[in-house]
Design a protein around this ligand. Structure first.
Ligand SMILES: Nc1ncnc2c1ncn2[C@@H]1O[C@H](COP(=O)(O)OP(=O)(O)OP(=O)(O)O)[C@@H](O)[C@H]1O
Ligand SMILES: [Mg+2]
Length: 435
């Protein structure tokens, strides 16, 4: 299926490619750029740079060069590098963009106070600890069609990341086909507890040993923890899927030390991708495909849906690549080349390939992820986890800014409390004087 939002596979320069590129550049406008910038978070201020008023507009040149103006609170903070990297990656993922330039400035005193007002409101909104912290990277595991191994990749990748001593949340967004509870061997129910006005749930937490240092952790939520059985989950089919996903994003008491949140997306990504983009625009997609060319074509559709929703596609993972027989001979049971082709077509890295390994399947059935045992499956997932952490979607770097962040959050909360107190005092004064 031809789609303008998927860049054609790397340049076989010729009239057709040139026309396609010119059309893509033509289709770019400032609002598309500003939309992808909603995915760039200032982790210190807990919101995206558009909402914070830091993205000051974009210019698109006829050759595909995009220049964005970004104003920082102070130009000295190391987070500038993070914002720069995210901004470039997001804009470059738009078809037609050939180069990205950032024009840095500083917020004026007045703008700064507006920005701080937004940040303060966010600090207060998040005070209930129920939203995913701004410092967690959000990775959605998606594919065009079912059965390619999204859930297996979600569980094993999350476990392999956690085995590096990191804290990883897992959201099973496959509301009626949930399989995460079985794959992690958890069958306890989660109870919602009253938290102020709202009912919130605390995720199931599993420690994950790390061979190199302090242990990591998996914090898991799934519809499977909330309903009696898969049949009751089916009743949800008619309800809006996005409501359930929103519930998992907002009404869960996510720990504030999370480094990653990995989301197992239901098959057929259209609606959910759009919903996710609205609820958490900084989410990035890892697209799973099998090596078969048919699967790859369907996965291409998932990529273009994501891009239409302005979600960044971070990379491709090929699952069930080859079967390695005990004598070392390799059999490409499901074809070959699908991962490479999809990655080239989407212009994103092929993060890794996972062979067909019986332990992935048996580990899933027994509730003990193969990534946490020894063997080729563990090695494959460890490699992919390392690439994710080092290159594809590194954790948010807070070094140097953390102390300032806490200071700022505390100041914001103190200011809010003072405002509230003042408002109460004013109110009672009014009541007294009128009585
Ligand atoms: N690399 C692998 N080697 C062997 N078996 C695998 C591998 N990856 C997945 N499987 C098996 O393939 C089946 C489908 O995998 P999984 O449930 O993870 O796919 P899915 O994309 O989440 O499916 P659905 O669309 O139904 O949610 C499972 O039985 C799983 O154990
Ligand atoms: Mg699944």
């Amino acid at each position: 299926m031809a789609d303008a939002s998927v860049s054609p596979s790397p340049p076989a320069p010729g009239p057709v490619t040139e026309v396609a590129t010119a059309a893509a550049i033509e289709a770019l406008d400032e609002s598309a750029i500003m939309n992808v910038l909603r995915g760039v978070i200032d982790p210190e201020l807990g919101s995206n740079i558009v909402e914070l008023g830091m993205a000051k507009g974009a210019r698109i040149d006829p050759d595909g060069l995009v220049t964005v103006k970004i104003a920082l609170t102070t130009s000295g903070c190391p987070l500038r590098a993070q914002i720069q990297k995210d901004t470039k990656a997001r804009i470059e993922s738009l078809p037609g963009v050939t180069k990205v330039k950032i024009d840095w400035t500083e917020l004026t005193a007045e703008e700064k106070s507006n920005t701080m007002a937004v940040a303060r409101k966010n600090a207060v909104d998040q005070a209930g600890d129920t939203a995913i912290p701004a410092t967690a990277k959000v990775l959605a595991i998606a594919s065009g069609k079912g059965g390619v191994g999204k859930s297996s990749v979600t569980v094993n990748l999350a476990a392999a990341i956690a085995a590096n001593g990191l804290k990883v949340g897992i959201i099973d967004a496959d509301i009626w086909g949930f399989s995460i509870p079985r794959m992690l061997g958890i069958d306890r129910r989660l109870e919602a507890v009253k938290h102020g006005e709202r009912a919130v749930i605390t995720p199931h937490s599993l420690p994950v040993p790390s061979p190199t240092g302090p242990p990591g952790r998996l914090d898991v939520v799934s519809m499977g923890f909330l309903v009696e059985d898969e049949e009751s989950a089916l009743l949800w089919r008619g309800l809006m899927l996005n409501r359930a996903v929103q519930h998992f994003l907002e009404d869960v008491q996510w720990a504030d030390d999370l480094d990653y949140v990995v989301i197992d997306m239901p098959p057929g990504t259209g609606d959910v991708a759009m919903g996710l983009a609205r609820m958490i625009p900084r989410a990035e997609l890892l697209v799973v495909t099998t090596p078969a060319t048919g699967a790859q074509k369907v996965a291409t559709r998932a990529v273009s849906m994501a891009r239409k929703s302005y979600l960044r596609v971070a990379g491709v993972i090929e699952n069930m690549s080859v079967f390695v027989a005990p004598d070392g001979a390799e059999y490409a049971l499901f074809g070959s080349g699908g991962g490479e082709a999809l990655a080239a077509e989407a212009g994103v890295p092929l993060v890794g390939k996972i062979p067909i390994i019986p332990e992935v399947s048996t580990g899933g059935d027994e509730g003990s992820p193969a990534a946490l045992a020894d063997g080729p499956a563990a090695e494959a997932f460890a490699d992919i986890a390392r690439r994710v952490i080092d290159e594809v979607a590194p954790p948010v770097e807070m070094a140097g800014c953390t102390a300032r962040m806490f200071e700022m959050a505390e100041e914001a909360l103190a200011a809010f409390d003072a405002e509230q107190e003042q408002a109460h005092a004013d109110e009672s004064a009014t009541v007294e004087s009128s009585s």
